[in-house]
Design a protein around this ligand. Structure first.
Ligand code: DAK
Length: 271
């Protein structure tokens, strides 16, 4: 879509992008605006995600927020206010496309949530494969307080994750419906909640476990889950069987089964 070209990865101004030991970390870096998402942030985020996914040495992507107050407080409200209805629709479709890309790429993506996770920020986190949060985090879809509705999956992914009862409450009550991390965990919205000082360790724990497994098989599981959930059960099970066949065609399948039979640790190559 026009105006949303990719940027040179070296020119990042709104995110911090680091690649180290197989982990690509993307830090939304507008702490004074609680890391609100504007077009510049999202453009850079998208470029970084693609760079990380195309780099075979990167086994996990972590998305987090700068500072100690927020993962992301949602779409940038001044930018949101400036949009015409057609621009807002295009913007919405573009943001939705990025969340779909996060769901479709092979590399597993962890949202490391360290504070407010609201509106478009929660929508971004919900498109990730794992959500690990500090106990200080707060979650919600406060768009209704602005007279608008979630535009990047808040009414849809939230419903799929927590069910209709709580999705309706969180979406309709807006600011009054914010929930804390314990409640988010109880509702299945996040994978883990830990004291803030243990957040790095909790994320590293997931990273180490993921790095020990086959990246191609992880990618196939992502597709099976994310595509299958939108299908009726017969089609979804058939799709799972197709994915299963694809997994069996990999070198990593031969390695995994051989390692088991030879009573040794597998060495997956991602082939
Ligand atoms: N955008 C821009 N700036 C923001 C912001 C945001 N979403 N949230 C906070 N800030 C800024 C504040 O304006 C303030 O800036 P200064 O006044 O210091 O310059 C600074 O961050 C610190 O915020 P507060 O002073 O308000 O801090 P408090 O601790 O008092 O309150 C809060 C924290 C998170 C409860 C509060 O800041 C807040 O309610 N923020 C707004 C949260 C919100 O409503 N989020 C939803 C935004 S709408 C779409 C796709 C997606 C979406 C919409 C359409 N399509 C593409 C069409 C998504 C929409 C949204 O996410």
């Amino acid at each position: 879509m026009e105006n949303f070209q990719e940027v040179d990865e070296l020119d990042f101004e709104n995110i911090i992008y680091e690649k180290k030991d197989g982990v690509a970390t993307i830090t939304l870096n507008r702490p004074k605006a609680l890391n609100a998402l504007n077009t510049a942030v999202m453009t850079e985020l998208r470029t970084a995600i693609h760079d990380a996914d195309e780099d075979e040495s990167m086994r996990v992507i972590v998305i987090t927020g700068a500072g100690d107050r927020a993962f992301c407080a949602g779409a940038d409200i001044p930018e949101l206010q400036s949009k015409s209805p057609i621009e807002a629709r295009n913007w919405s479709m573009w943001l939705q496309m990025i969340t779909r890309e996060i769901e479709a790429i092979q590399t597993p993506v962890i949202a490391k949530i360290n504070g407010f996770c609201l509106g478009g920020g929660l929508e971004l986190a919900m498109s990730c494969d794992f959500r690990i949060a500090s106990d200080k985090s707060k979650f919600g879809q406060p768009e209704i307080n602005l007279g608008v509705i979630p535009g990047a999956g808040g009414t849809q992914r939230l419903t799929r994750l927590v069910g209709r009862t709580k999705s309706m409450e969180i979406n309709m009550l807006g600011q009054a419906g914010l929930i804390d991390a314990q409640e988010a965990y109880r509702l299945n919205l996040i994978n883990r909640v830990v004291p803030v000082e243990e957040l790095d360790n909790a994320v590293n724990d997931y990273i180490e476990k993921l790095k020990a497994l086959s990246p191609v098989t992880i990618g196939i599981i992502k597709l099976a889950v994310n595509k299958g959930i939108e299908m009726d059960i017969d089609r979804a099970l058939y799709y799972e069987a197709e994915c299963f066949g694809m997994a069996v065609s990999t070198e990593d399948f031969k390695e995994g089964t051989s390692a088991f039979l030879e009573k040794r640790k597998p060495e997956f190559k991602g082939r």
